[in-house]
Design a protein around this ligand. Structure first.
Ligand SMILES: [Zn+2]
Length: 316
């Protein structure tokens, strides 16, 4: 029976409940821990309290599971995640894999495809890093202006690991969404195990692209929800525009392939704290879902996107 790996152990897909499939508990740039300001960046009780409260707030509006897609080197801290999940009783699914090249540590950059395939498989089946806590998904990313050789290698390794284990892949790097799909398909990945993330980036909206990817079987991530006018990010835009994307994809028959999330950071370690007070894990359920309902999307359709789809995507 396929199960979902959370940081507290495997669970039945029915235990996922309302799930946000693309979030970050911790997010950083590798190397911060060696800076003289490290203590300032990561005052553990303060960071714990902030994320603990965010997770309880998410739970208060009906949230049950958060998927952390930070991965190796950009903040993933297994023991910290275990404590957060234990004390909040919110399921946390952590990932193996990487963000784009500039946040891949040299140690890993110097290694090849077989190493990475085995690394991903090991983290999914035995445990992440030196722990016995298993990853639940594979994250891969590419840069905004190009798709580097190193990045392509991580995509190919992710496809091989996914083929072997069945785990889902979550991507990053909207400008190259079609190339992501090509590489993964070339490596034999099952598109129904892949979420192409961030397709709601303001600078790269393309509904025809989204439909084409969905026709091939991929999941379509509209997962920057809540990154609106307050943000200087190039991908920011009003949530109302995201609702238009969701409506059009539902009209086109792709309800079962839409993924929704906030892509927010519980704590940005050593970086400018991203977001507003409102842009926390709870935003999706507290502010976005009521707008979906008002736009004519039904409770059933919302249940499909937030409960049924995650239960299809995550188990292996
Ligand atoms: Zn993200």
């Amino acid at each position: 029976m396929a199960q979902v790996n959370t940081v507290l152990g495997p669970i039945h897909p029915k235990q996922l409940g309302m799930t946000s499939l693309h979030e970050h508990i911790l997010f950083s740039t590798p190397g911060w821990e060696y800076s003289p300001e490290a203590r300032q960046h990561f005052d553990a009780p303060r960071v714990f309290e902030k994320i603990y409260n965010d997770l309880l707030d998410f739970k208060a509006v009906g949230g049950v599971t958060v998927v952390d897609v930070s991965g190796i080197g950009i903040g993933r801290d297994i023991e910290f995640y275990v404590c957060l999940s234990r004390y909040t009783q919110v399921n946390i699914v952590a990932c193996t894999g990487f963000w784009a090249e500039r946040k891949i540590l040299p140690y890993f950059a110097e290694r090849g495809i077989d190493y990475h395939t085995e690394l991903f498989v090991k983290e999914l089946t035995q445990g992440m890093g030196t722990t016995t806590v298993k990853a639940g998904v594979i994250k891969v990313g590419n840069s905004g202006d190009r798709f580097t050789r190193l990045e392509e290698m991580t995509y190919r390794a992710a496809a091989r690991a996914s083929r072997r284990i069945g785990a889902a892949i979550v991507t990053h790097g909207t400008q190259f969404a079609k190339k992501q799909a090509e590489i993964l398909l070339d490596e034999g990945a099952d598109p129904t195990r892949v979420i192409i993330s961030h397709l709601d980036a303001a600078y790269a909206l393309d509904l025809e692209r989204d439909k084409e990817l969905a026709r091939k079987g991929f999941y379509i991530g509209y997962d920057h929800i809540g990154t609106e006018g307050w943000s200087s990010a190039a991908y920011a835009m009003p949530d109302e525009k995201r609702i238009e994307l969701v409506l059009e994809m539902i009209r086109s028959g792709f309800l079962n392939q839409i993924v929704l999330a906030n892509d927010t950071n519980g704590w940005s370690v050593g970086l400018v704290q991203r977001g507003t007070q409102q842009h926390t894990y709870a935003h999706l359920l507290r502010n976005f879902v009521p707008k979906l309902l008002k736009s004519g999307i039904s409770e059933d359709e919302i249940h499909t996107m937030l409960v049924v789809t995650p239960a299809n995507v995550l188990p292996f």
